[in-house]
Design a protein around this ligand. Structure first.
Ligand SMILES: Cc1cc2nc3c(=O)[nH]c(=O)nc-3n(C[C@H](O)[C@H](O)[C@H](O)COP(=O)(O)OP(=O)(O)OC[C@H]3O[C@@H](n4cnc5c(N)ncnc54)[C@H](O)[C@@H]3O)c2cc1C
Length: 358
């Protein structure tokens, strides 16, 4: 006898985690299949939540809405898991030229940006580990310890018997008119939250992904500070206990999960332009950001198999966008409310070839 469920979710990165969490909270019967984060971008991510593009000082898409929703949502999840992973920490942009100061002052009067920055610059002489800079604050920023979050949520799913720890096997899937069958489950909906691995998914391999590899290093130093996420070219993210994450790189060519000597050198060169203290490199990690050609996420149902859907393309700001967009996606699934046009999978339906096997 097969077990009837509402949602079968493939992948437990930030997308699968928040989707299953919100669905379970609403009373749906859910199961999650994940291969123990084998290719997870989330687990590698720095986890920054930042409403601005720091280079140009422009506000990112729907930032105010996402920020307003995020804090409460992540705090609820922290409470549910009895685990702290959301750290409200200001970003401090390091500035050392008159042109940068002038530009910052100019942007601080912009209607969209002024809520997040001011034209007051901090004297950083007390931070003797830094070379000579002024500091410009960005408000409303945070970072998420993604490893702590994913592992705590995974443990919770295991405790509640909701996690199937395996690689999804497409040969085990049967599609019925209103349901899908997978092993001993009959589900009303199958949702793929596979991150960059969706490029091998036969239902959705026509979505034009534009994947971006990123590498980070973790260092240890007794001389640095946890007060801010310092940023200039690279960020210095305080993890606690004198550990700092330095990142990150962008590479559109190499899509392996290997770390490289080149990128390590490049990160260390950029870091050494900012600091003048002793440190030890602890580790280097690499991941692939799941991004789409037009740099917006993709949420929606397969053009033919309406009970099979995808949540993907969260790109380099996945942690900020995911909570609210996933709430909207559940509204789309359950009530037929249209997704925001900018993230709706329909924008790529013309890429789908109806004669494909799936
Ligand atoms: C170096 C780097 C730095 C980043 N920094 C930030 C940042 O500071 N802020 C930010 O917001 N974003 C950042 N990102 C981007 C962020 O990581 C992504 O937007 C987000 O994590 C994507 O989440 P996801 O759930 O879609 O995918 P993933 O996290 O990749 O999750 C997919 C899950 O599905 C599993 N899976 C895949 N295929 C199968 C299968 N067939 N069967 C079973 N399981 C499967 C994978 O193993 C994984 O566990 C960064 C990314 C990188 C690489």
């Amino acid at each position: 006898m097969k077990q009837e469920i509402d949602y079968l979710i493939v992948g437990q990165g930030i997308a699968g985690t928040l989707l299953s969490y919100q669905l379970i909270n609403k009373g749906y019967k859910v199961r999650v299949i994940d291969d123990n984060h084998e290719s997870s971008s989330t687990i590698v991510a720095a986890g920054l939540i930042n409403p601005l593009v720091l280079k140009r000082l422009t506000k990112t898409w729907r930032a105010e809405e996402f920020l307003a929703y995020n804090e409460l949502h992540y705090h609820q999840l922290e409470k549910h898991l009895a685990t702290k992973f959301y750290h409200k920490t200001p970003i401090l942009k390091l500035i050392n030229s008159e042109d940068e100061i002038k530009y910052w002052k100019h942007r601080s009067t912009n209607e969209e940006v002024k809520a997040y920055i001011s034209d007051h610059f901090l004297d950083l002489s007390e931070y003797s580990f830094l070379k000579k800079f002024k500091g410009a604050l960005v408000n409303n920023t945070a970072w998420i310890d993604t490893t702590v979050l994913l592992k705590a949520y995974q443990k919770n799913l295991i405790k509640d018997h909701l996690l199937i720890k395996e690689s999804f096997n497409f040969n085990q899937l049967t599609i019925q008119e209103k349901t899908v069958e997978y092993n001993n489950f009959v589900a009303k909906h199958l949702i793929f939250c596979q991150g960059f691995k969706s490029n091998n998914n036969p239902f959705f391999d026509w979505i034009p992904l534009s994947l971006v590899k990123g590498e980070l290093i973790t260092i240890h130093s007794n001389e640095m500070s946890d007060d801010y996420i310092f940023n200039k070219k690279v960020f210095i993210l305080p993890l606690g206990n004198n550990y700092y994450k330095i990142g990150s790189t962008y590479d559109w060519g190499d899509l392996s999960l290997n770390t490289t000597k080149d990128k390590k050198e490049s990160l260390l060169n950029d870091l050494n332009e900012l600091i003048q203290c002793k440190y030890t490199v602890i580790e280097q990690t690499a991941g692939i950001r799941p991004a789409v050609k037009d740099r917006r996420p993709v949420f929606g149902s397969h053009p033919i198999h309406r009970n099979i859907s995808i949540v993907n393309g969260l790109g380099s700001r996945g942690l900020m966008m995911a909570p609210k967009l996933i709430e909207e996606f559940i509204d789309f699934q359950e009530n037929g409310t249209a997704m925001d046009k900018e993230v709706d999978l329909k924008r790529y339906y013309s890429e789908f070839k109806p004669d494909s096997a799936y």
